[in-house]
Design a binder for this molecule. Structure first.
Ligand code: CP3
Length: 343
């Protein structure tokens, strides 16, 4: 019988080697991705192109035989589906309309634009095309991380606008977060209905706030999303990735109710070992290790993790996404090494 290894680990069933997938496994390090991408000017239209998005989701699974496919989409698809202006400029990254007043929130409660059905169609296509033993992962950005883009209007920022808003006009910030929380639940529920096995919440900027703000803007909305999804889908595993959370990882694990936590490369392996008794841990190889021209360096980093995490409640992954300049042969080496590692 085909067993979905990642799904099994998330349900705390024992399997006999370490499952692996990589954040940003589809994308710019793959020539077959760049080939399809070069024919499409607009990144968001690409995300809604049912045939192309289905194909690029499967590309890394075909090439590397990783254990999961992650829906090809983006965390900024959600604001786009809500009619918020989002575009991706070459060399600049995302550019968005900026939140300036409460008035801006009015439009965010309308139904999703018609492109939403394309995303869910991609999922049902993937469901049909993927081998039965591959786990299909759906995702969304966390309300906090998506809010930072809507407040700053771009990526690569110092978050001063976002911090100013939460310090000076907390009610407005909370109103935005509450709306995004509801809309994220809706988007993820639709993904589950369309056929994903697991969902991951990407909170790439969880690490830029702390204290009561971390509680209110990271933990509380995550907990709401988890509680609400579990009510509807008690069997659905949910992975949270509060990147850069440092000491706050422990509160995140304790309070949010996630089944899995994805950890960045700054979390010590001993902490991962401690946490795996409560939650399935995923991570945490430094993505730059994969740029190495000496594969012994990769081996050393993998050994360091697997010597402690092999056979535990653990999914192998990177601490962040695969970098565009990553050589294919290093990813191949990594995947094969992890899959054949036995203790
Ligand atoms: O393979 C996968 O992981 C699935 C697809 C995926 C993408 N983005 C495709 C993408 C996923 C899961 C994301 C999540 C995402 N998007 C995050 C959270 C994870 C993280 O990296 O912290 C964030 C913050 C974004 C926002 C985003 N999307 C930025 C800042 C950028 C531009 C900067 C960049 O890296 O180019 C994107 C664009 C993007 N999303 C690309 C891909 C493959 C590159 C676009 C291209 O091909 O030109």
């Amino acid at each position: 019988m085909a067993m979905k290894k990642i799904l099994s680990v998330l349900k705390k069933e024992k399997i006999d080697n370490t499952p692996i997938w990589m954040m940003r496994q589809a994308g710019r390090h793959l020539p077959e991705y760049l080939e399809i991408r070069s024919k499409q000017q607009n990144f968001l239209s690409f995300c809604y192109d049912v045939e192309k998005a289905t194909e690029v989701t499967i590309q890394p699974v075909k090439r590397y035989d990783v254990d999961a496919a992650i829906l090809f989409s983006d965390i900024l698809v959600l604001p786009d589906l809500l009619g918020w202006e989002v575009s991706f400029k070459k060399g600049e990254g995302p550019v968005l309309k900026q939140l300036v007043s409460e008035k801006c929130l009015d439009s965010l409660t309308a139904p999703f634009s018609k492109n939403a059905s394309c995303v869910y169609q991609i999922i049902s296509n993937l469901r049909n095309q993927l081998q039965k033993e591959k786990t299909l992962i759906g995702f969304a950005g966390s309300p906090w991380t998506v809010a930072t883009y809507m407040i700053e209007g771009r990526g690569k920022q110092d978050f001063s606008l976002t911090k100013k808003l939460i310090f000076n006009d907390r009610p407005l910030a909370i109103k935005l977060i509450d709306i995004l929380t509801e809309r994220t639940i809706e988007h993820l529920s639709n993904q589950v209905e369309a056929g994903v096995d697991v969902v991951q919440l990407f909170d790439s900027w969880a690490g830029v706030i702390s204290g009561e703000y971390y509680q209110e803007f990271v933990i509380n909305p995550t907990k709401k999303i988890v509680t609400s999804l579990k009510e509807k889908y008690p069997q659905l595993p949910i992975i949270g990735f509060p990147r850069g959370s440092g000491y706050n990882y422990e509160e995140y694990i304790k309070q949010t109710g996630v089944d899995g936590v994805s950890v960045d490369q700054f979390i010590p392996v001993n902490k991962m070992l401690e946490w795996e008794s409560e939650v399935v841990v995923q991570g945490n190889i430094e993505p730059v290790v994969l740029l190495s021209d000496n594969q012994d360096v990769i081996k050393r980093h993998v050994d360091n993790v697997l010597e402690k995490m092999y056979g535990k409640n653990f999914i192998f992954n990177l601490g962040h996404g695969v970098l565009p300049s990553t050589p294919i042969k290093n990813v191949e080496f990594l995947v094969n090494y992890v899959k054949s590692f036995k203790q």
